[in-house]
Design a protein around this ligand. Structure first.
Ligand code: BTN
Length: 265
């Protein structure tokens, strides 16, 4: 993996340092350790399989050997911690664009950062950060992409799919896809880090955002409501126009947004 990745890589810093495991608990956990032990900005941690892959909200991430991409990028930004959550949106956009290019599939984003093909999830992103004395020590962005055809556990079968399952007979080269994602992310990160807002990608993100100008249900622990999704703000929140005309700003985190008929629609 290492040699092939180096020979494919057209990036300046993203993935130039590679730490690869045949098996590990979680590339996010290994990336955090690497970050604290002094590894540089852009260090990439990859694994062929994970024994304790982590998803968002304390869920686990199915990580069988060989079929998928599991990787985490270590970042050491100079900017203030409040900007870091926007990096998840940057990665979602970069990963979706890279997957569209590499597979030709209509990969779309389910706000804020799931990547979905034909209504089923192919990719998830988990960003974690450590802050000390008001400064970022590291941000790690972990990405899992379902690549090969596979049997999903029963509870996921309805909402998960893989790129090759969606392609039918086509093949996806994992390394080429990884390099494409890193290369897209590196370009976008550099733009983002200059202005520290997401206006540069708003139009492109919204072009592939599921449910824009459609009715959605916001699962807010304070109370669920419905409205029309109006896209994202310059800082990545979702705008939802309620029936009384009032526009809510929805923050990622504990809030989920659904289509009216299930995971996506
Ligand atoms: C989600 O719940 O949608 C986020 C899933 C993130 C999974 C990836 S796989 C590589 C990295 N290591 C982990 O333990 N999780 C992330």
């Amino acid at each position: 993996m290492r040699e092939e990745l180096e020979s494919l890589s057209g990036t300046r810093w993203a993935g130039r340092k590679l730490i690869h495991f045949r098996e590990t608990d979680s590339t996010n956990e290994q990336a955090k350790k690497s970050a604290l032990s002094g590894e540089v900005h852009g260090t990439l941690v990859t694994a062929d399989c994970q024994s304790a892959g982590k998803g968002r909200r304390g869920r686990s991430w199915e990580s069988p050997a060989g079929s998928n991409l599991y990787f985490t990028l270590v970042l050491k930004p100079e900017f203030a911690p409040e900007y870091a959550p926007m990096l998840t949106i940057v990665m979602a956009h970069a990963a979706a664009e890279a997957m569209r290019r590499e597979t030709g599939l209509d990969c779309r984003i389910k706000w804020p950062n799931d990547i979905v093909v034909n209504g089923k999830k192919v990719c998830g992103i988990l960003t974690e950060m450590d802050v000390l004395d008001g400064k970022i020590r590291y941000v790690v962005i972990g990405v899992g992409v379902n690549v090969e055809k596979q049997e999903f556990p029963e509870e996921l079968a309805e909402k998960a799919t893989s790129l090759e399952a969606q392609l039918g007979n086509g093949h996806v080269c994992k390394k080429a896809l990884l390099v494409q994602i890193l290369s897209c992310f590196e370009k976008e990160y550099e733009i983002f880090a200059k202005d520290l807002d997401l206006r540069y990608l708003k139009e492109s993100y919204e072009n592939i955002l599921i449910g824009k100008n459609e009715r959605v249900r916001v699962l807010d622990p304070q109370g669920e409501y419905e409205g029309i999704s109006r896209g994202i703000t310059g800082t990545g929140e979702l705008l939802v126009e309620r029936d009384d005309g009032q526009t809510e700003t929805v923050y990622a985190g504990e809030v989920s947004v659904r289509g009216l008929y299930g995971y996506v629609r």
